[in-house]
Design a binder for this molecule. Structure first.
Ligand SMILES: Cc1cc2nc3c(=O)[nH]c(=O)nc-3n(C[C@H](O)[C@H](O)[C@H](O)COP(=O)(O)OP(=O)(O)OC[C@H]3O[C@@H](n4cnc5c(N)ncnc54)[C@H](O)[C@@H]3O)c2cc1C
Length: 346
């Protein structure tokens, strides 16, 4: 830490931090930085938040992070706290149960949640800060370091616009363009297994609990999340081609193995996923960092993609704020990679 300010870039920088991507990691980071008075621009290529089915398990550390940015009450309404997870065999017999009762961080350790609704709360939270702006339909095209700032090219309405930032954080997901620009590796494996993910309204099972089915016939997960939504994830067989399974009739046939009257089930959305395990060679280079899925991808089973990304935002957020306000030396930022890598890899 140092008492001196980092060399002033105010004549160059339009913002302190430019965040690429308005996913949960970029939004959490923007809330942290906004709360500390930094000038922040989020550039998001979409015109709205992602609303298709994704994360369903939020942990106690994420809740502690949301408490830190003053949004725990807003998020809490989209949770099923203390969710019990049961592993069953093909006959439905209990193999193992996860029902943690501790709350070391003041929050239940396992919470079912609805990602798009929690992400929307994080976005809403940014309205508290005059210094934070979200720029929609603005894909980041390129960036280059230029002295003590980074020049970022955004495309807005087909027109190129350059923004200067003291630091850039790519929270732009698994296919991160920021990571490509840094030029770091993204080593790991991609599973050959595909999963069909289905969200249902008005939970036809009517129970708050969740199951992982170790069923040799077709492994599945059946997860209760908030607002009466139930998530099913079905493993797809190699000979079931996307064109065959991306079909409402096929979806209802699989649902019929687990719920009564699948023809009446209210399907919110369904989507096919493949799982990846990858980690970037560097979580940052110079003034450009990557966080969340841009830096590491993990199979969804452990429910840690979202949670580990929130931890990235917390780790990097206070450090960027301390450096930009002159309370810390820029060398502090190197500890982001050191501190987060081992955890994300594990
Ligand atoms: C089926 C499924 C279940 C899951 N379950 C869980 C779970 O239970 N628990 C858990 O912790 N995690 C879970 N995850 C993982 C979790 O959803 C992700 O880890 C999380 O969304 C990553 O957040 P992110 O902000 O890093 O990236 P994203 O949410 O992918 O956001 C990236 C954003 O960047 C934008 N973007 C990309 N490129 C550009 C560009 N060039 N310019 C501007 N914007 C750009 C994108 O449009 C997007 O809005 C699950 C995922 C899936 C698919």
């Amino acid at each position: 830490m140092t008492d001196g300010r980092e060399r002033s870039t105010s004549e160059l920088a339009a913002v302190d931090v430019l965040i690429v991507g308005a996913g949960p990691v970029g939004l959490t980071l923007a809330n942290i930085l906004g709360g500390r008075g930094l000038q922040v621009l989020i550039a998001e290529e979409r015109d709205v938040l992602i609303d298709y089915p994704r994360g369903v398990g939020l942990d106690d550390e994420s809740m502690r992070a949301f408490q830190g940015i003053g949004l725990s009450k807003n998020v809490e309404q989209h949770l099923i706290p203390n969710q019990i997870l049961r592993f069953v065999n093909g006959k439905g017999e209990l193999l193992a149960e996860m029902a943690p009762s501790q709350a070391q961080f003041g929050w239940p350790r396992r919470n079912g949640f609805v990602q798009p609704l929690v992400d929307a709360e994080l976005l809403e939270g940014l309205g508290r800060f005059d210094t934070v702006e979200v720029c929609w339909s603005a894909p980041m095209q390129s960036m280059r370091e230029d002295g003590d700032s980074v020049v970022v090219e955004l495309l807005e309405g087909g027109v190129s616009r350059e923004v200067r930032a003291r630091y850039v954080v790519g929270c732009d997901g698994g296919k991160s363009r920021t990571r490509h620009i840094i030029g770091t590796a993204f080593d790991g494996v991609t599973s050959s297994t595909r999963w069909l993910v289905v969200d249902l309204a008005h939970d036809p099972l009517g129970s708050p609990n969740s199951y992982v089915g170790a069923d040799p016939g077709r492994p599945y997960a059946s997860i209760s999340i908030a607002h009466g939504i139930r998530r099913f994830e079905f493993m797809l067989m190699d000979d079931e081609h996307d064109s065959e399974v991306d079909d409402i009739g096929f979806v209802r046939t699989l649902l019929g193995l687990h719920i009564p009257r699948p023809e009446d089930a209210e399907i919110i959305a369904y989507r096919i996923y493949t799982h990846h395990s990858r980690i970037a060679g560097e979580f940052g280079r110079g003034r450009i960092f990557i966080a969340g899925d841009a830096a590491h991808l993990m199979p969804v089973w452990q429910g840690q993609g979202y949670n580990s990304g929130v931890r990235d935002a917390v780790n990097l957020g206070w450090k960027l704020a301390a450096v930009c306000s002159g309370q810390a030396d820029p060398d502090l930022l190197a500890t982001y990679d050191t501190e987060r890598r081992g955890h994300a890899r594990a």
